[in-house]
Design a protein around this ligand. Structure first.
Ligand code: SF4
Length: 353
């Protein structure tokens, strides 16, 4: 996955209207999930993408190659829950052989991670991020309708044992659900040798129960942590300006991150876009419409034609979804359930988080 500097220089020429490069791609491999987290899938039933619309591994790999040639340096596999896609390691193997890709990562809820960690690592996956919102199994059962908390913890251990260098935990913090666990999660991460990133509860598609007052803000998180540990220093990451997490360090060197999408959006540096499992490309998590890439993929378009389509859309990209939401005086849910059922690609579990 090494990339000659000359190629990188060439790629960085594809920028959007705010001079943001096309740098990072989130590939969703399924819209299905084996959890029902309250911030993402709180409803009883969902409209799923038709199975025959899902891109094959060969189609995903071809698309990835086109994005890489246009400048994408990082690919993150998402869902739904990506490990529900049969034989995901095969796709990882294909992607890891793409020349020019600098980073290949996976976001998972961890339930199936223990059984797949070693094969994913062997196939070439570099980094794993595991969602872990609570250390209390009974809370996970109530909030995410899953009794498999111990499997998630086992998955984290197996990922560390498999040799992934950058195992991270993602914890969405919601008032009245888990805001009393911030310090416990930080201690758990420290003891486990992983880094936790606290995420503000976001008003994305699918979050039909979102309320501003349930958001625990970056400022409140930092205050809680500083009250317990004293000084908290920012840890700038100049090599990675588009990273969504702001990193911090405690006096003993323990690092953690905060993703403050709600109160301190980072659209200005955003180089991310998302492809749903059925091949619809979104240039923003909040974008109303996507670009159908499945049709040209299956309709006989060659790579140059698809590349030209992607480049044209990226050059016109002016998305600043989270900043625009922040500016709304009366901020409520993004879509009501009927709007989500009318177009399931509005759901975060379809679009990839
Ligand atoms: S809201 Fe859109 S533009 Fe802003 S950081 Fe998220 S994906 Fe990027």
């Amino acid at each position: 996955m090494s990339t000659p500097a000359s190629q990188l220089a060439l790629r960085s020429s594809l920028i959007d209207v705010f001079s943001r490069p096309l740098g990072s791609l989130r590939l969703s491999v399924t819209d299905r999930c084996n959890m029902r987290c309250g911030y993402c899938m709180p409803e009883e039933s969902y409209v799923w993408l038709p199975r025959d619309s899902l891109l094959t591994f060969e189609e995903l790999n071809r698309l990835a190659g086109i994005f890489i040639a246009l400048g994408a340096r990082k690919i993150r596999l998402t869902g739904g829950e990506p490990l529900l896609r049969h034989d995901l390691a095969s796709l990882v193997g294909m992607l890891s052989r793409q020349s020019g890709l600098g980073d290949l990562a996976l976001t998972t809820n961890g339930i199936l991670l223990a059984e797949h960690a070693a094969s994913l690592r062997t196939a070439g996956l570099r980094r794993v991020t595991v969602s872990l919102d609570t250390l209390r199994p009974e809370r996970m059962l109530a909030f995410a309708r899953s009794a498999r908390h111990s499997d998630v913890l086992r998955g984290i251990r197996e990922a560390l044992g498999a040799g992934f260098s950058g195992v991270k935990l993602n914890s969405v913090v919601i008032r009245g659900f888990n805001d009393d666990e911030t310090l416990d999660l930080l201690e758990f991460a420290r003891a486990s040798g992983v880094e936790v990133r606290f995420i503000e509860y976001m008003d994305v598609g699918g979050a039909t129960r979102w309320r501003q007052e349930d958001v625990v803000t970056r400022a409140q998180l930092l205050e809680t942590i500083a009250r317990r540990y004293g000084r908290v220093d920012p840890l700038p990451d100049p090599a990675n300006p588009a990273a969504p997490a702001e990193r911090f360090r405690l006096a003993d060197g323990t690092g953690f991150g905060i993703i403050a999408s709600v109160t301190a959006p980072f659209c200005a540096e955003c180089d991310r876009s998302r492809v749903t499992a059925d091949g619809t490309w979104y240039t923003c998590l909040y974008a109303e419409r996507g670009v159908d890439l499945r049709e040209p993929l299956r309709g006989g378009a060659n790579d140059a034609e698809i590349s030209a389509l992607i480049a044209r859309v990226w050059r016109a990209r002016d998305d600043r979804g989270a900043e625009r939401r922040l500016a709304e005086p009366e901020r409520g849910v993004l879509y009501q359930i009927d709007g989500l059922r009318a177009d399931p690609r509005r759901e975060m579990h379809t679009r990839g988080g």
